[in-house]
Design a protein around this ligand. Structure first.
Ligand SMILES: NC(=O)c1ccc[n+]([C@@H]2O[C@H](COP(=O)([O-])OP(=O)(O)OC[C@H]3O[C@@H](n4cnc5c(N)ncnc54)[C@H](O)[C@@H]3O)[C@@H](O)[C@H]2O)c1
Ligand SMILES: O=C(O)C[C@H](O)C(=O)O
Length: 358
Protein backbone atom coordinates (compact mmCIF):
# COMPACT_ATOMS: atom_id res chain seq x y z
CA UNK A 1 0.00 0.00 0.00
CA UNK A 2 1.28 3.44 -0.88
CA UNK A 3 2.15 5.70 2.13
CA UNK A 4 0.37 9.04 2.31
CA UNK A 5 2.29 11.70 0.34
CA UNK A 6 4.50 9.12 -1.40
CA UNK A 7 2.57 9.45 -4.65
CA UNK A 8 2.90 13.23 -4.53
CA UNK A 9 6.65 13.02 -3.96
CA UNK A 10 7.34 10.46 -6.69
CA UNK A 11 5.17 12.41 -9.11
CA UNK A 12 7.10 15.57 -8.26
CA UNK A 13 10.46 13.84 -8.80
CA UNK A 14 9.26 12.34 -12.08
CA UNK A 15 8.01 15.76 -13.18
CA UNK A 16 11.33 17.40 -12.25
CA UNK A 17 13.42 14.64 -13.89
CA UNK A 18 11.46 15.07 -17.10
CA UNK A 19 12.47 18.71 -17.23
CA UNK A 20 15.94 18.51 -15.80
CA UNK A 21 18.84 18.36 -18.19
CA UNK A 22 21.90 18.26 -15.94
CA UNK A 23 24.17 19.33 -18.78
CA UNK A 24 22.44 22.64 -19.32
CA UNK A 25 22.93 25.68 -17.07
CA UNK A 26 19.98 27.97 -16.43
CA UNK A 27 20.32 29.77 -19.74
CA UNK A 28 17.79 32.07 -21.29
CA UNK A 29 15.69 30.00 -23.69
CA UNK A 30 17.06 26.66 -22.53
CA UNK A 31 14.75 23.84 -21.36
CA UNK A 32 16.20 23.46 -17.89
CA UNK A 33 14.36 22.59 -14.68
CA UNK A 34 11.15 24.59 -14.91
CA UNK A 35 11.10 27.21 -12.17
CA UNK A 36 7.57 26.27 -11.08
CA UNK A 37 8.72 22.70 -10.43
CA UNK A 38 11.71 23.77 -8.38
CA UNK A 39 11.43 24.25 -4.63
CA UNK A 40 14.62 26.38 -4.46
CA UNK A 41 13.12 29.45 -6.10
CA UNK A 42 15.59 32.01 -4.78
CA UNK A 43 13.66 35.19 -4.06
CA UNK A 44 15.99 36.18 -1.21
CA UNK A 45 15.92 39.93 -0.60
CA UNK A 46 18.69 41.72 -2.40
CA UNK A 47 19.68 43.49 -5.60
CA UNK A 48 19.62 42.33 -9.19
CA UNK A 49 22.95 42.69 -10.94
CA UNK A 50 23.93 42.07 -14.58
CA UNK A 51 27.50 41.66 -15.82
CA UNK A 52 28.01 42.40 -19.53
CA UNK A 53 31.17 40.67 -20.76
CA UNK A 54 30.79 38.04 -18.03
CA UNK A 55 32.79 35.32 -19.79
CA UNK A 56 35.96 37.38 -20.18
CA UNK A 57 39.17 37.67 -18.19
CA UNK A 58 37.59 40.17 -15.78
CA UNK A 59 34.03 38.91 -16.23
CA UNK A 60 34.65 35.41 -14.85
CA UNK A 61 36.30 36.28 -11.51
CA UNK A 62 33.91 39.25 -11.23
CA UNK A 63 30.94 36.89 -11.65
CA UNK A 64 32.42 34.55 -9.04
CA UNK A 65 32.88 37.36 -6.52
CA UNK A 66 29.43 38.88 -7.16
CA UNK A 67 27.88 35.42 -6.62
CA UNK A 68 29.53 35.53 -3.18
CA UNK A 69 28.08 38.94 -2.35
CA UNK A 70 25.16 38.60 0.10
CA UNK A 71 23.60 41.83 -1.23
CA UNK A 72 22.97 40.16 -4.61
CA UNK A 73 19.79 38.11 -5.06
CA UNK A 74 19.87 37.69 -8.85
CA UNK A 75 22.97 37.64 -11.06
CA UNK A 76 22.61 37.85 -14.85
CA UNK A 77 25.69 36.87 -16.88
CA UNK A 78 25.69 38.22 -20.44
CA UNK A 79 28.33 37.80 -23.13
CA UNK A 80 28.55 37.22 -26.88
CA UNK A 81 30.49 33.96 -26.25
CA UNK A 82 30.88 31.22 -23.64
CA UNK A 83 28.17 32.23 -21.16
CA UNK A 84 26.64 28.72 -20.89
CA UNK A 85 29.85 27.29 -19.40
CA UNK A 86 30.52 30.18 -17.07
CA UNK A 87 26.88 30.22 -15.93
CA UNK A 88 26.83 26.48 -15.28
CA UNK A 89 30.06 26.68 -13.29
CA UNK A 90 29.14 29.73 -11.17
CA UNK A 91 25.59 28.52 -10.57
CA UNK A 92 26.86 25.50 -8.58
CA UNK A 93 28.21 27.78 -5.83
CA UNK A 94 26.11 27.39 -2.67
CA UNK A 95 25.47 31.09 -2.14
CA UNK A 96 22.01 32.64 -2.33
CA UNK A 97 22.20 34.64 -5.59
CA UNK A 98 20.26 33.01 -8.43
CA UNK A 99 22.42 32.93 -11.60
CA UNK A 100 21.10 33.09 -15.17
CA UNK A 101 23.07 33.18 -18.40
CA UNK A 102 22.37 35.14 -21.59
CA UNK A 103 24.17 34.66 -24.89
CA UNK A 104 24.27 37.12 -27.78
CA UNK A 105 22.46 40.32 -28.71
CA UNK A 106 19.02 38.70 -29.04
CA UNK A 107 19.15 37.92 -25.30
CA UNK A 108 20.47 41.30 -24.17
CA UNK A 109 17.03 42.72 -23.43
CA UNK A 110 16.14 39.86 -21.07
CA UNK A 111 19.57 40.05 -19.46
CA UNK A 112 18.96 43.71 -18.60
CA UNK A 113 15.28 43.91 -17.72
CA UNK A 114 14.65 44.57 -14.02
CA UNK A 115 18.31 45.00 -13.08
CA UNK A 116 19.43 47.46 -10.35
CA UNK A 117 23.12 47.51 -11.25
CA UNK A 118 24.88 46.84 -14.56
CA UNK A 119 28.63 46.22 -14.61
CA UNK A 120 30.34 46.42 -18.03
CA UNK A 121 33.73 44.75 -18.54
CA UNK A 122 32.96 43.92 -22.22
CA UNK A 123 35.62 44.74 -24.78
CA UNK A 124 39.17 44.03 -25.85
CA UNK A 125 42.17 44.47 -23.51
CA UNK A 126 45.59 45.97 -24.28
CA UNK A 127 48.68 44.15 -25.51
CA UNK A 128 52.23 45.40 -24.78
CA UNK A 129 53.02 48.64 -26.63
CA UNK A 130 49.38 49.77 -26.81
CA UNK A 131 47.72 52.66 -25.00
CA UNK A 132 44.18 52.39 -23.65
CA UNK A 133 43.14 54.81 -26.39
CA UNK A 134 44.26 52.22 -28.96
CA UNK A 135 41.24 50.17 -27.81
CA UNK A 136 38.81 52.97 -28.72
CA UNK A 137 37.96 51.75 -32.24
CA UNK A 138 36.63 48.41 -31.00
CA UNK A 139 35.39 49.18 -27.50
CA UNK A 140 33.56 52.43 -28.28
CA UNK A 141 31.05 50.57 -30.46
CA UNK A 142 30.62 47.77 -27.90
CA UNK A 143 29.89 50.19 -25.06
CA UNK A 144 27.54 52.25 -27.27
CA UNK A 145 25.47 49.19 -28.22
CA UNK A 146 25.28 47.90 -24.65
CA UNK A 147 24.24 51.33 -23.35
CA UNK A 148 21.52 51.55 -26.02
CA UNK A 149 20.24 48.27 -24.56
CA UNK A 150 20.36 49.69 -21.03
CA UNK A 151 18.47 52.83 -22.13
CA UNK A 152 15.75 50.60 -23.55
CA UNK A 153 15.48 47.86 -20.93
CA UNK A 154 16.64 49.20 -17.54
CA UNK A 155 17.04 53.00 -17.76
CA UNK A 156 16.96 53.40 -13.97
CA UNK A 157 19.85 51.02 -13.27
CA UNK A 158 23.19 52.18 -11.90
CA UNK A 159 25.86 51.64 -14.58
CA UNK A 160 29.51 50.82 -13.75
CA UNK A 161 31.76 51.07 -16.81
CA UNK A 162 35.05 49.16 -16.75
CA UNK A 163 35.70 48.90 -20.54
CA UNK A 164 38.64 51.01 -21.71
CA UNK A 165 39.37 53.72 -22.54
CA UNK A 166 37.22 54.70 -19.53
CA UNK A 167 38.02 58.40 -20.16
CA UNK A 168 36.08 58.07 -23.46
CA UNK A 169 33.62 55.20 -22.84
CA UNK A 170 31.89 57.01 -19.96
CA UNK A 171 31.23 60.12 -22.15
CA UNK A 172 29.94 57.75 -24.87
CA UNK A 173 27.50 56.20 -22.38
CA UNK A 174 26.31 59.66 -21.27
CA UNK A 175 25.60 60.68 -24.88
CA UNK A 176 23.68 57.46 -25.58
CA UNK A 177 21.53 58.02 -22.48
CA UNK A 178 20.99 61.71 -23.40
CA UNK A 179 19.91 60.75 -26.92
CA UNK A 180 17.35 58.29 -25.57
CA UNK A 181 16.04 60.76 -22.97
CA UNK A 182 17.01 58.52 -20.04
CA UNK A 183 20.17 60.28 -18.84
CA UNK A 184 20.58 60.55 -15.08
CA UNK A 185 24.17 61.65 -14.33
CA UNK A 186 23.86 60.26 -10.80
CA UNK A 187 23.67 56.73 -12.19
CA UNK A 188 26.70 56.65 -14.49
CA UNK A 189 30.10 55.78 -13.01
CA UNK A 190 33.42 54.90 -14.65
CA UNK A 191 35.28 52.37 -12.50
CA UNK A 192 38.67 53.78 -11.39
CA UNK A 193 38.75 51.70 -8.21
CA UNK A 194 41.78 49.73 -9.41
CA UNK A 195 43.85 52.93 -9.30
CA UNK A 196 42.87 53.38 -5.64
CA UNK A 197 43.55 49.70 -4.87
CA UNK A 198 47.01 50.00 -6.47
CA UNK A 199 47.72 53.30 -4.71
CA UNK A 200 46.82 51.79 -1.33
CA UNK A 201 49.04 48.75 -2.01
CA UNK A 202 52.09 50.62 -3.28
CA UNK A 203 51.90 53.33 -0.60
CA UNK A 204 51.51 50.73 2.14
CA UNK A 205 54.59 48.93 0.79
CA UNK A 206 56.70 52.10 0.98
CA UNK A 207 55.44 53.03 4.45
CA UNK A 208 55.47 49.52 5.89
CA UNK A 209 51.73 49.67 6.67
CA UNK A 210 48.86 47.22 6.25
CA UNK A 211 47.21 48.24 2.92
CA UNK A 212 43.80 47.79 4.55
CA UNK A 213 44.60 50.76 6.80
CA UNK A 214 45.55 53.00 3.86
CA UNK A 215 43.18 55.11 1.76
CA UNK A 216 44.63 57.20 -1.06
CA UNK A 217 42.21 59.30 -3.14
CA UNK A 218 42.96 59.04 -6.87
CA UNK A 219 41.34 61.69 -9.07
CA UNK A 220 41.31 62.77 -12.75
CA UNK A 221 40.80 59.82 -15.08
CA UNK A 222 41.98 56.31 -15.88
CA UNK A 223 44.97 56.51 -18.26
CA UNK A 224 48.60 57.56 -17.76
CA UNK A 225 48.96 61.12 -16.48
CA UNK A 226 45.20 61.47 -16.02
CA UNK A 227 45.55 59.10 -13.04
CA UNK A 228 46.34 61.57 -10.26
CA UNK A 229 46.95 60.14 -6.78
CA UNK A 230 46.54 62.74 -4.04
CA UNK A 231 49.18 61.50 -1.60
CA UNK A 232 48.82 64.72 0.43
CA UNK A 233 45.24 63.68 1.29
CA UNK A 234 45.83 60.03 2.15
CA UNK A 235 44.61 58.42 5.33
CA UNK A 236 46.33 58.04 7.72
CA UNK A 237 48.10 61.37 7.01
CA UNK A 238 51.75 60.67 6.06
CA UNK A 239 54.55 62.66 4.49
CA UNK A 240 56.80 61.56 1.64
CA UNK A 241 60.19 62.62 0.31
CA UNK A 242 60.09 64.03 -3.23
CA UNK A 243 61.73 60.78 -4.48
CA UNK A 244 58.99 58.73 -2.83
CA UNK A 245 56.29 60.98 -4.32
CA UNK A 246 57.76 60.70 -7.82
CA UNK A 247 58.21 56.92 -7.54
CA UNK A 248 54.71 56.30 -6.15
CA UNK A 249 52.92 58.60 -8.60
CA UNK A 250 54.68 57.02 -11.56
CA UNK A 251 54.05 53.44 -10.30
CA UNK A 252 50.34 54.14 -9.73
CA UNK A 253 49.98 55.82 -13.14
CA UNK A 254 51.72 52.91 -14.86
CA UNK A 255 50.23 50.04 -12.83
CA UNK A 256 48.11 48.89 -15.77
CA UNK A 257 51.11 48.87 -18.13
CA UNK A 258 53.15 46.96 -15.52
CA UNK A 259 50.54 44.14 -15.67
CA UNK A 260 50.16 44.29 -19.49
CA UNK A 261 53.92 43.86 -19.89
CA UNK A 262 54.12 41.05 -17.32
CA UNK A 263 51.29 39.20 -19.10
CA UNK A 264 53.28 39.60 -22.35
CA UNK A 265 50.38 39.57 -24.81
CA UNK A 266 47.90 37.55 -22.72
CA UNK A 267 45.82 40.61 -21.77
CA UNK A 268 45.72 43.15 -18.97
CA UNK A 269 44.74 43.17 -15.29
CA UNK A 270 41.83 40.79 -14.69
CA UNK A 271 42.09 39.43 -11.14
CA UNK A 272 42.96 42.66 -9.32
CA UNK A 273 40.38 44.37 -11.56
CA UNK A 274 37.66 41.91 -10.59
CA UNK A 275 38.56 42.50 -6.93
CA UNK A 276 38.40 46.29 -7.44
CA UNK A 277 35.16 46.09 -9.45
CA UNK A 278 33.47 44.07 -6.71
CA UNK A 279 34.68 46.49 -4.05
CA UNK A 280 33.12 49.28 -6.09
CA UNK A 281 29.91 47.42 -6.98
CA UNK A 282 29.45 46.48 -3.33
CA UNK A 283 29.74 50.18 -2.43
CA UNK A 284 27.07 51.04 -5.05
CA UNK A 285 24.75 48.36 -3.59
CA UNK A 286 25.35 49.54 -0.03
CA UNK A 287 24.48 53.05 -1.21
CA UNK A 288 21.29 51.77 -2.87
CA UNK A 289 20.40 50.00 0.40
CA UNK A 290 20.67 53.37 2.18
CA UNK A 291 23.91 52.88 4.11
CA UNK A 292 25.44 56.15 5.33
CA UNK A 293 28.87 57.48 4.33
CA UNK A 294 29.64 55.19 1.39
CA UNK A 295 32.43 57.14 -0.29
CA UNK A 296 34.56 55.95 -3.22
CA UNK A 297 36.50 57.48 -6.12
CA UNK A 298 34.98 57.16 -9.61
CA UNK A 299 35.08 58.86 -13.04
CA UNK A 300 31.74 60.67 -13.17
CA UNK A 301 29.81 63.50 -14.82
CA UNK A 302 31.11 66.44 -12.85
CA UNK A 303 31.46 70.17 -12.28
CA UNK A 304 34.44 69.82 -9.95
CA UNK A 305 36.67 71.16 -12.74
CA UNK A 306 35.84 72.85 -16.06
CA UNK A 307 35.69 69.36 -17.66
CA UNK A 308 32.32 67.58 -18.00
CA UNK A 309 33.72 64.35 -16.50
CA UNK A 310 36.30 63.90 -13.79
CA UNK A 311 37.25 61.21 -11.29
CA UNK A 312 36.86 62.28 -7.70
CA UNK A 313 35.49 61.12 -4.38
CA UNK A 314 31.74 60.58 -4.53
CA UNK A 315 29.19 59.67 -1.89
CA UNK A 316 26.93 56.84 -3.01
CA UNK A 317 23.31 56.55 -1.96
CA UNK A 318 19.82 55.44 -2.95
CA UNK A 319 19.99 57.37 -6.24
CA UNK A 320 23.57 56.53 -7.15
CA UNK A 321 25.87 59.54 -6.78
CA UNK A 322 24.49 61.75 -3.99
CA UNK A 323 27.46 64.09 -3.65
CA UNK A 324 30.70 64.82 -5.48
CA UNK A 325 33.47 66.17 -3.29
CA UNK A 326 35.69 69.07 -4.38
CA UNK A 327 39.38 68.36 -4.91
CA UNK A 328 40.48 69.94 -1.64
CA UNK A 329 43.93 71.42 -1.01
CA UNK A 330 46.59 70.20 -3.44
CA UNK A 331 50.35 70.59 -3.07
CA UNK A 332 52.52 72.02 -5.87
CA UNK A 333 53.37 68.55 -7.31
CA UNK A 334 49.65 67.68 -7.46
CA UNK A 335 48.71 71.06 -8.99
CA UNK A 336 51.16 70.48 -11.85
CA UNK A 337 49.82 66.94 -12.23
CA UNK A 338 46.24 68.24 -12.32
CA UNK A 339 47.00 70.56 -15.25
CA UNK A 340 48.59 67.69 -17.23
CA UNK A 341 45.68 65.41 -16.39
CA UNK A 342 43.05 67.94 -17.50
CA UNK A 343 44.79 68.58 -20.81
CA UNK A 344 44.81 64.89 -21.77
CA UNK A 345 41.34 64.24 -20.35
CA UNK A 346 39.77 67.02 -22.42
CA UNK A 347 40.78 65.28 -25.67
CA UNK A 348 39.63 61.82 -24.55
CA UNK A 349 36.26 63.12 -23.38
CA UNK A 350 35.73 65.03 -26.61
CA UNK A 351 36.63 61.93 -28.64
CA UNK A 352 33.97 59.90 -26.84
CA UNK A 353 31.28 62.56 -27.20
CA UNK A 354 31.96 63.06 -30.94
CA UNK A 355 31.81 59.30 -31.55
CA UNK A 356 28.46 58.95 -29.81
CA UNK A 357 26.95 61.98 -31.53
CA UNK A 358 27.69 60.63 -35.03
N1 LIG B 1 38.66 50.21 -15.67
C1 LIG B 1 39.72 49.51 -15.36
O1 LIG B 1 40.39 49.78 -14.37
C2 LIG B 1 40.10 48.32 -16.18
C3 LIG B 1 41.03 47.39 -15.66
C4 LIG B 1 41.34 46.27 -16.45
C5 LIG B 1 40.78 46.10 -17.72
N2 LIG B 1 39.89 47.04 -18.17
C6 LIG B 1 39.26 46.88 -19.48
O2 LIG B 1 38.21 45.90 -19.38
C7 LIG B 1 37.94 45.36 -20.68
C8 LIG B 1 37.85 43.86 -20.61
O3 LIG B 1 39.07 43.28 -20.25
P1 LIG B 1 39.23 41.67 -20.15
O4 LIG B 1 40.63 41.42 -19.73
O5 LIG B 1 38.12 41.10 -19.38
O6 LIG B 1 39.05 41.27 -21.70
P2 LIG B 1 38.63 39.85 -22.30
O7 LIG B 1 38.91 39.89 -23.76
O8 LIG B 1 39.25 38.76 -21.50
O9 LIG B 1 37.06 39.78 -22.05
C9 LIG B 1 36.18 40.64 -22.68
C10 LIG B 1 34.85 39.94 -22.82
O10 LIG B 1 33.95 40.84 -23.45
C11 LIG B 1 33.15 40.08 -24.32
N3 LIG B 1 32.51 40.92 -25.33
C12 LIG B 1 33.03 41.42 -26.47
N4 LIG B 1 32.09 42.12 -27.13
C13 LIG B 1 30.98 42.07 -26.39
C14 LIG B 1 29.67 42.60 -26.54
N5 LIG B 1 29.32 43.32 -27.61
N6 LIG B 1 28.77 42.33 -25.57
C15 LIG B 1 29.10 41.60 -24.47
N7 LIG B 1 30.32 41.08 -24.29
C16 LIG B 1 31.24 41.31 -25.23
C17 LIG B 1 34.09 39.03 -24.92
O11 LIG B 1 33.37 37.95 -25.47
C18 LIG B 1 34.90 38.66 -23.68
O12 LIG B 1 34.32 37.58 -23.00
C19 LIG B 1 39.08 45.88 -21.56
O13 LIG B 1 38.62 46.96 -22.34
C20 LIG B 1 40.13 46.34 -20.58
O14 LIG B 1 40.97 47.33 -21.11
C21 LIG B 1 39.56 48.13 -17.45
O1 LIG C 1 46.03 48.89 -18.30
C1 LIG C 1 45.07 48.41 -18.89
O2 LIG C 1 45.00 48.39 -20.13
C2 LIG C 1 43.95 47.80 -18.12
C3 LIG C 1 43.46 48.66 -16.99
O3 LIG C 1 43.07 49.91 -17.40
C4 LIG C 1 44.44 48.75 -15.84
O4 LIG C 1 44.62 49.85 -15.32
O5 LIG C 1 44.97 47.71 -15.45
Amino acid sequence: MQQQGEGDASQRIARISAHLNPHKPQMEGSCNLETENCRAKGGAPGFKVAILGAAGGIGQPLSLLMKMNPLVSVLHLYDVANTPGVTSDISHMDTSAVVRGFLGPQQLENALTGMDLIIIPAGVPRKPGMTRDDLFNINAGIVKTLCEGIAKSCPKAIVNIISNPVNSTVPIAAEVFKKSGTYDPRRLLGVTMLDVVRANTFVAEVLGLDPREVDVPVVGGHAGVTILPLLSQMKPPCSFTSEETTYLTSRIQNGGTEVVEAKAGAGSATLSMAYAAVKFADACLRGLRGDADVIKCAFVPSVVTELPFFASKVRLGRNGIEEIYPLGLLNEFERVGLEMAKKELAGSIEKGISFAMK
